[in-house]
Design a protein around this ligand. Structure first.
Ligand SMILES: Nc1nc2c(ncn2[C@@H]2O[C@H](COP(=O)(O)OP(=O)(O)OP(=O)(O)O)[C@@H](O)[C@H]2O)c(=O)[nH]1
Length: 293
């Protein structure tokens, strides 16, 4: 019986949350094509035979431009301390950037085994993978192990378990057998609403959205959630509500269906859009939202 903690790190948008969801075969982390989607650390727990793997998805490591960004990068860098192994994810379709080099410097600074994972190989030829390996050696140096995967399509997932097994150092399981995440139901609900909004918005709006549950009425057959959607400017409020309220209705419908699936009961969502100027720079408000590490 072995178990261990594995940090998943990388710059924004390389596919960390996609990989995490695929590994645990449940959706615990929301995914979008906008960078900076994940804002907190999320644990995903997988039991494979005798072994328990505890994966920790982290926000993309980037140069912060506001307090929220600082929190996100801190969460990721803090996670590197005290894990048994690190999975450093790269987007194989992109040239290695200064952002990847920044992550590399941090993962190499802690004395922990690092498995480099090249993701999105569904878009690469064999030759391109070989070229990528050379580029990695030249720009990032050596790694304990290198794995190639396409998280979106579940390609190469078994290699992750095989290669990480030797790093599971504890001989007790940390979590009960039926637990697959530490994220609370209310947090998941907030994230589902945020994910639907990210899908329909662009430019600065995805980064300007925060979700807060302000009231809950929960009975065995039915749940009602009153939810505030915060944005930073009046113009953003108009965009999110949409013409005749259409965008907000669409988001509400999609989120409700997913939450009904999660809770296995009927759900009513009341969504309110509010403007909170510069909330990403306000310490107290970030704390209220739980972004205060
Ligand atoms: N083609 C391809 N796309 C992928 C793959 N894995 C992830 N993606 C896409 O890459 C985008 C980013 O994925 P996420 O999982 O949100 O990335 P992340 O690293 O968690 O992003 P942040 O939260 O910004 O740090 C999404 O549009 C995914 O659908 C893959 O294997 N192949």
């Amino acid at each position: 019986m072995h178990s261990g903690f594995i940090a998943i790190v990388g710059r924004p948008n390389v596919g960390k949350s996609t990989m995490m969801n695929k590994l645990i075969e449940e959706k615990v982390a929301i995914v979008s094509n906008k960078s900076g989607t994940t804002r907190d650390r999320i644990k995903g727990i997988v039991n494979k035979g005798e072994n328990q793997y505890i994966f920790m998805d982290t926000p993309g490591i980037h140069k912060p431009r506001h307090l929220l960004g600082e929190h996100m990068t801190n969460v990721a860098l803090e996670t590197l301390k005290g894990v048994d192994a690190i999975m450093f994810l790269l987007d194989g379709t992109q040239e290695i950037s200064t952002g990847d080099e920044f992550v590399n410097d941090h993962v190499k600074a802690v004395n922990t085994p690092v498995v480099l994972v090249i993701n999105k190989i569904d878009k690469l030829s064999d030759q391109e993978i070989q070229d990528k390996l050379l580029e990695i050696k030249e720009k990032l140096g050596d790694f304990d192990k290198i794995i190639t995967i396409a998280a979106e399509y579940g390609i190469g997932m078994h290699k992750i378990y095989d290669e990480l097994r030797e790093y599971l150092t504890s001989d007790v399981w940390y979590y009960p057998e039926d637990m697959y995440t530490d994220i609370s139901i209310n947090k998941m609900i907030r994230e589902i609403v945020r994910e639907k909004l990210l899908f329909y918005t662009k430019d600065e709006i995805p980064h300007s959205i925060a979700i807060e549950i302000i009231d809950i009425d929960n009975t065995p057959k039915l749940a009602r959630y009153d939810i505030n959607i915060y944005v930073e400017r009046d113009s953003q409020k108009g965009i999110i509500i949409g013409k005749d309220g259409n965008l907000l209705k669409k988001v509400g419908r999609e989120a409700r269906l997913e939450i009904e699936n999660l809770l296995e009961k009927k759900v009513f969502l009341n969504l309110w859009v509010k403007v909170k100027k510069n909330w990403r720079k306000k310490k107290d408000f970030l704390k209220e939202l739980g972004y205060d590490e």
